[in-house]
Design a protein around this ligand. Sequence first.
Ligand code: ADP
Ligand code: MG
Length: 612
Amino acid sequence: MNSSTFSFKEKTQLLLKYLEVNPYHYKSIIDCTPDIVFVIDIEGRIIKPNRAFEKLSGYSSEELTQMTLQNLMGSKQADKFLHHFQLALKGSLENFDCSIIHSNQNRVALNFTHFPVVVGSEILGVYGVGKDITGIMHSRKGLDEKEFLYQLLTSNSLGMITSTDSDGNFIYFSPAFLRILGYTPDELLGTTSFGLIHIEDFEKARKNLTHLLNKKESGFDTYRVRKKNGGYIWVECICKPLIDSNTNHVKEIISVIRDISERKKAEEDIRNSEARYRNIIEHTPDAIIVVKDSIIVYTNDTSLELLGATTKDELQNKSVFDFLHNEYIASAQRRIHQLKNGQTVDFKDYKIYRLDGNILEVEVKPVITVFQNEPAIHLIIRDISKKIQTQQLLVQSEKLTVAGQLAAGIAHEIRNPLTAIKGFLQLMEAKLTDYKTYFDIITSEMERIEIILSELLTLAKPQDMKFVKGDIVQILENVKTLIDTQALMNNIEIITLYETNIFSIFCDENQLKQVFINFLKNSIEAMPKGGKISVELQSLGFDKLKLLFIDEGRGIPDHILNRIYEPFFTTKETGTGLGLMISKQIIENHNGTLHIRSDKKGTIVEVILPIF
Ligand code: ADP
Ligand code: MG
């Protein structure tokens, strides 16, 4: 209102005085009219209600003067009234409909006219005249009742309710809306609901409005809404357009809004913890499978590899029992049962099928977990085939060590009596001159035995790799001596073909011997009917030599050829399957290469080594 020299109270008193002094202004017109006539002061207090007012409202004049417009109309209608009141103060004197609440709680519709009470240059209040239009409104009675109900519901509701016009301008907001967001009505009146919506949700809200203006209801949408303190809350909102029956256009949009920040936060927390869980699981070296009622719902990359799948889809929604070897199903079910009874269950060995049908040995530990808010079982699966192989390797190398030690022991034991025999033989040779040829043979055989014994001794001695300059021909000859007896027993002849006699190499002699013995033994074992093994030595360029072991054995079929270097791969009943694996390693340690070619006529082992 205009700047004034009077306080509100003073203005009211002045108004009263004025009416006393000028009673005809009021009294005569008022008392006989069926319309309500009253004056309200600029704070909305009812002053001087007429009789019609008493009749239409059901309150006495005294009661009415104790009331404000808000009491009498309800806040929404009072707002409307005050809005027009403001307009009237500015000189706009349009009629408008507004309803009051009768003391019997029925609404009475009135058409109001009002104009300011101006004394001098002071605006002191407003004259109001309200025409009873309940009759006219009769056809709209249902609507009014609804409006009343709506009023009653919204202002007392703990929920947030707003109404906006078709541009989004606020018309009404429930107390809860103001309270939760922290605004006062003044701060929101004259603004649009879009002003409160988070920029990222703006587009969604715009689309929703278009949808509503097409007279369709919205579904539940979620938005971030700005609070007065600058923060945002998440709300869920359902909107309904109200259609003006005259224009058939949307005149108002009612939104029922719910604060879902708590729910959003809980969802966020779950998402975060799920993301953390996934992150850990994706990076663990164990295979992890999550199952719900034995159906696979999640797999990490390691488990794909383990089961031989290329994509997660190949495993998703299959039963874990499809992968489990029949023998183990009962045990697995028992363990799941124990787990569900709250017991913890440790790793246990199982056999499972990979997708390619191969069987894999694994150990499995199930743990109770929650997956996507539902109880599930988290399976930790580890491939133990390597572990089993290592165990076997240990056992095997233990055996070999024992055998080696035994051999060394025996060699030692034989050497002593051999020295004695040799001594007596020399004594006898001196006397029995007729048998010289026999003695020569015996002596040479004895020397062979001695060589073999010393070879055995050096081989058995566990040694670190010791690289020295060595003579390849000498090494081959030593190996030949060692293996010849076995060859002869199998009706096999070992032929050597050396291109030259001078090939120095930098090597660990014992290890190379071990390699060559291995090749020759493999050849012998492949030739049960006897035959010929040739060992050929050639130069290759200036700096390498090529060594070939060529046998006439049964050969190696193609499907076996690419597995012969695998540890423990053997086709023999008493084989170790370690020979070629170790040989390849030793040759590579000597900067050499190993190639094996084979067909039905026999096998060629080719070794290339650098010359010293
Ligand atoms: P093992 O001799 O203990 O079986 P190896 O690693 O020495 O182990 O050999 C692996 C396999 O390769 C043998 O079981 C055999 O089937 C095949 N193999 C190796 N050398 C030959 C060969 N000269 N002739 C035929 N088969 C061979
Ligand atoms: Mg072998």
